[in-house]
Write a protein that binds this ligand. Sequence first.
Ligand SMILES: [Zn+2]
Length: 283
Amino acid sequence: MYVSMKEMLNKANNEFYAVMAINCFNLETARTVIRAAEKENAPIIINLYQDHLLNHCDSQLMTPIVKMLANRAEIKVALNFDHGKDVLLLKKAIDDGFSSVMVDASRFGLAGNIAMTKEIVDYAFPKGVSVEGEIGCIGSTEQAEFTEGSMYSDPDDAVTFAQKTGIDALAISIGSSHGNYPQGMIPEFDFERLKYIKKRTQMPLVLHGGSGSGEKNILTAVKEGINKINVGCDFMNANLNAVKSRLQQDANINYYDLVDQVEKDSIELVRYYIRLSGSSNKK
Ligand SMILES: [Zn+2]
């Protein structure tokens, strides 16, 4: 069933688990993720990153594909525009039928972030589309701010931001980063910050950069109030590793067999995260 993130994440908030949001960019990756969720009997979010919409599959093309896959499935599926930085692209995705969008406007400071996020909320809500906002700057392993503490979400700003925008879900920064961590590194999460923001907002909270966070961090984050976990890199790595391994087994494999095998091989990584998030059998 094709749904917005709102009811999905409110249920997760009430029942203390998280829903996985996996970055996809085409039919094959979306189908892999939905198949994994079906096997786990779990709700799932298909995340589409802005650059992938621009470079691989635009929102007009991707919406009917995900809708069809969702409506054939026995589980709830949301389609979310991940890190929408451009107002026109966000509105276009809503018009094209995305069931959810995430507004990435934290670079504008608190007032600017509120203004842009509220503009999208006002556009999305009458159409039944849910909105995720972001407070604080979630780091990237490929950028200089990676090790700086200044990127953590300010709890008071988080409360103000949530109240003034009316968003359905709030992405907070507690120490995770986008991208692959250096080999062997496990990030340190600020759980006190998470607990405090949860206590003050009581709303669905989102962890970005879930890849490579480590089982302990994810389990504790879910326990302390994270209700949506974004994973991109680990899924892309699983797909790439499947390609490498299938080619190693048979360098002359037919391309269509290769694609089919990669889809099947990559399901396990998604199932692993679904089980970790506590959303198995929560459809
Ligand atoms: Zn993110």
